[in-house]
Ligand binder design. Structure first.
Ligand SMILES: [Zn+2]
Length: 371
């Protein structure tokens, strides 16, 4: 039996809903210790690790999955395999997100077979299922400045989640880079919009992030199952990404407000008519722009726009009339689609296929083998 399969079965058999992740830590920590240079629990008991690969000179990549499962695992259920798919006899299976952990352990076992040199940071988080609580407790200084965060916590196969309804997780370059790496391995992964995951936490700290399919389906229900072949595909994609990342990370840029697949700005909610609102501290809208979190409220009859970037806070007061003008201009621009193109025009990747620079790099390094 392959090692990843063995570890998946072990992980599925650990009962650990949110708050009981120490049971997963007990199993995973010694494995990480055999694969990484440094392994520790942070103050919130997230399981973190670091591994230098090759010279260590190169990109810093975060690999992340969450250790908790939703709470309704039935004690005497049995995990079984049929035709390469794993099921539970009753209740949820819990492959969300133990499959993600098994996948990332397989990546760590094989990373030295790739051309990757640099630093791997592993973040196995707690309490994702109750609102990404654990990942938000990780020291932001440890996360910031990383070149990329790869979260494995998405249902199905072939999804590269690059943002959700309110937030882009990464630049166009990153989404395209993942699609190109998939094509190199004759797979068909596509950048797409998804939901909430720990990728939100990394993107908020301006680390380009994606959330990849982990092979499970119908998570959080009795019909949950996980397809082993799909897990292998995820391992293959991540290893190709690691093999090529040092040639492309320099062009990833900052985490934008929106990208080719996600209109993050449209997540901004605002009210054209605030006559119903009381005069003080009523929220008009809130959202996120390329520099941080933006919200607005009425204070003493004026509109106060607040922008938060990390610890820094900036406030601007404008009249309601000016605010209305801005909103109307925004609406017009949105119709003409000029606002989003203004933001992304400079960074749009070449349409379709590989760029000349990408072709040169692939010629130079070739495709990596299979694993
Ligand atoms: Zn999950």
């Amino acid at each position: 039996m392959k090692k990843m399969k063995k570890q998946l079965v072990k992980l599925l058999n650990i009962q650990a809903p949110s708050g009981e992740e120490h049971k997963v830590v007990k199993y995973v920590k010694p494995i990480l210790q055999s694969l990484c240079d440094k392994v520790w629990l942070d103050d919130y008991k997230n399981l973190l690790a670091e591994k230098k690969v090759g010279s260590g000179k190169g990109a810093t990549i975060i690999l992340s999955a969450h250790m908790d499962s939703v709470s309704n695992i039935i004690k005497d259920r049995v995990v079984y395999e049929s035709n390469g798919t794993f099921y539970s006899t009753k209740g949820i299976l819990g492959a969300d997100d133990r499959a993600g952990i098994a996948i990332l352990l397989a990546v760590l076992r094989n990373v030295e077979k790739t051309a990757f040199e640099g630093t791997i940071k592993v973040a196995f988080s707690r309490e994702e299922e109750i609102g990404c609580v654990g990942s938000q407790k990780i020291d932001p200084e440890w996360i910031k400045g990383s070149d990329l965060a790869i979260v494995v916590d998405r249902r199905g196969n072939n999804d590269i989640v690059v943002g959700n309804y309110s937030q882009a997780f990464c630049s166009n370059e990153v989404g395209k880079f993942f699609e190109d790496c998939s094509a190199l391995q004759d797979m068909n992964w596509q950048a797409t919009e998804g939901g909430i995951s720990d990728a939100c936490t990394f993107a908020e700290l301006n680390v380009n992030a994606v959330n990849l399919s982990a092979g499970y389906q119908n998570e959080h229900t009795e019909k949950e199952y996980v397809v082993y072949k799909d897990m292998q595909k995820t391992v293959k994609l991540i290893l190709q990404v690691l093999a090529s990342v040092n040639d492309f990370a320099g062009g990833f840029g900052d985490v934008p407000l929106s990208n080719n697949w996600v209109e993050g700005y449209d997540g901004m909610v605002y009210y054209n008519d605030w006559s119903d609102y009381a005069d003080d501290y009523e929220d008009l809208w809130e959202g996120r722009d390329q520099y941080g979190t933006v919200s607005s409220s009425i204070v003493d009859g004026n509109v106060c726009i607040t922008q938060r970037v990390g610890e820094a806070l900036d406030e601007v007061y404008i009249s309601k009339t000016t605010f209305e003008k801005i909103i109307r201009a925004y609406e017009r621009n949105k119709v003409a689609n000029s606002y989003t193109s203004y933001l992304t025009d400079n960074t749009l990747p070449s349409a379709g296929g590989l760029s000349e620079a990408e072709k040169v790099v692939i010629e130079k390094h070739g495709k990596i083998g299979t694993f």
